[in-house]
Design a binder for this molecule. Structure first.
Ligand code: SF4
Length: 367
C-alpha cells in the first residue's frame, strides 16, 4: 500500500530547556512522558517495587514516591537502585529528606515551596547538593497548599497566585545558579489549571509537568485531565504529564498514554474504531468491540481495528483500518490491510479478528 504520512500534530511544542530525570529527558524536543505515583507505604520496599513494576509494564516512564517519614527516606536508595524507571521523591515539610533523596540516587526531587518551612535558608545547600549530583528539582505548587503570603495577597489560589508562587521558588534556586528545574502548578479546576500553565509557559522556559490535582474518581478525573491536558498539549504546552485519579495508579498511566496517543504525541497502540451502533446494526457491536478489546488489550503494537455494525460505514472504515469487520446478515466480512480475506458467520467474528490481529502483529515484528 501507500506509505503512511507522518502523524499530524496540532501545534509546535513550546521551547523549553531540557532536563534529565534519571535517564529520561524531559522538555526540549523529548517526547512528552507519562508518570504516576505509587500508593504503597514507600518504606515497604517490596510492595513499592512491585507496584513500580506494574506501572512500568503499563507504560509508565517516571514514578514518584511519597516520602513523609525517615523510614521512607531510608528506603529510597534500594527503591531507586532497583526500579526500572527513574524515581522521584516527593517531599513536603522536611528539607533533610531532600538531601537523603539526592544521596539515594533518585532521578529528581519534588519539593512544595508552600509546605517546606524555613526553606529559604536551605535552598543554597539543596541547590549545591542537587547540582553536584545532577539531580533536577521539581517545584510543585499545589492549590491546596499555597504559600500563606500569596493566599492573603490573592484571596484564593488564582492562576496568578500559583504562577507567582512557582516563579518565586524558582528565583530562590536561580540566585544560586541552579536552573535544573521543572514546574507544576496544580489545581483541581481544569479552567484555573489551564490558565495557570498558559501564564507559566509565557513567563519561563522550564519544562512543565502537567497535572489536575484531586481530579476525582476515575470517570470524572479522566475527563477533567483529558480536557485540561488536551487544551494545553494542543497548544504545545506540557513536557510530562501525571493523571491523578482516586483509582489504582495503573489506571492513571493508561489514561495518560491514551491522552498522548489521541493527540498524536505518542505512537498509537491498539486502537479500536468501533461504531456507536444504531437502529441499523445487525450485530451486537458493544459485545464484539469489548471482546476484541479484551483479547488484544496490552498487545504492544500499533494496530487499528475497525468493528462496525453494518454496511453503511462498515466497509469504508474496515478498509482504512489495519484490520476490521463489516457485519451484515449474520455474517462478517473480515478485512486485512484493506482487502476482504474471508467471510465468517457472526459467532466467529471476534475470534477471527483476534486471530488475524495476532498474525498481523507477528508479521510486523511485534510479539
Ligand atoms: Fe449504525 Fe451501521 Fe453506523 Fe454502526 S456502522 S452506527 S450500525 S450505521
Amino acid at each position: 500500500g501507500m506509505p503512511k504520512p507522518p502523524p499530524l500534530e496540532l501545534a509546535p511544542r513550546r521551547r523549553s530547556r531540557q532536563i534529565r530525570v534519571g535517564d529520561v529527558p524531559v522538555g526540549g524536543d523529548a517526547p512528552v512522558t507519562v508518570q504516576s505515583m505509587t500508593t504503597t507505604v514507600t518504606a515497604d520496599v517490596g510492595s513499592t517495587l512491585r507496584q513500580i513494576a506494574e506501572l512500568t509494564a503499563a507504560g509508565c516512564q517516571i514514578v514518584r514516591v511519597a516520602c513523609p517519614s525517615q523510614d521512607d527516606a531510608d528506603a529510597l536508595a534500594t527503591i531507586a537502585r532497583q526500579s526500572p524507571i527513574p524515581v522521584i521523591a516527593d517531599i513536603h515539610f522536611q528539607p533533610r529528606y531532600v538531601f537523603a533523596a539526592i544521596a539515594a540516587g533518585c532521578g529528581a526531587v519534588r519539593v512544595n515551596p508552600g509546605n517546606i518551612k524555613q526553606f529559604d535558608d536551605k535552598v543554597a545547600e539543596i541547590a549545591r547538593a542537587a547540582a553536584d549530583a545532577g539531580v533536577p528539582i521539581r517545584i510543585g505548587v499545589n492549590a491546596g497548599s499555597l504559600d500563606k503570603r500569596l493566599l492573603r495577597k490573592y484571596g484564593r489560589a488564582t492562576p496568578e497566585a500559583l504562577v507567582e508562587s512557582a516563579l518565586w521558588e524558582c528565583s530562590l534556586f536561580e540566585e544560586h545558579g541552579f536552573r535544573d528545574i521543572k514546574i507544576s502548578v496544580k489545581h483541581n479546576d481544569p479552567v484555573v489549571m489551564v490558565s495557570a500553565y498558559r501564564m507559566l509557559a509565557e513567563r519561563c522556559d522550564y519544562p512543565l509537568h502537567l497535572g489536575v490535582t484531586e481530579a476525582g474518581p476515575a470517570f470524572q478525573g479522566t475527563i477533567k485531565s483529558a480536557v485540561a491536558f488536551g487544551a494545553l498539549l494542543a497548544e504545545g504546552i506540557g513536557d510530562t504529564i501525571r493523571v491523578s485519579l482516586s483509582a489504582p495508579p495503573v489506571e492513571e498511566v493508561k489514561v495518560g498514554l491514551q491522552i498522548l496517543e489521541a493527540l498524536n504525541l505518542r505512537e498509537r497502540g491498539l486502537e479500536i474504531v468501533s461504531c456507536p451502533s444504531c437502529g441499523r446494526a445487525q450485530v451486537d457491536v458493544y459485545k464484539m468491540a469489548e471482546e476484541v478489546t479484551a483479547a488484544l488489550d496490552g498487545m504492544n503494537v500499533p494496530l487499528r481495528v475497525a468493528v462496525m455494525g453494518c454496511v453503511v460505514n462498515g466497509p469504508g472504515e474496515a478498509r482504512e483500518a489495519d484490520l476490521g469487520v463489516a457485519s451484515g446478515n449474520g455474517k462478517g466480512q473480515i478485512f486485512v490491510e484493506g482487502r476482504v480475506v474471508r467471510t465468517v458467520a457472526e459467532p466467529q467474528i471476534p475470534e477471527t479478528l483476534i486471530e488475524e490481529a495476532l498474525k498481523l502483529a507477528k508479521q510486523r515484528g511485534h510479539e
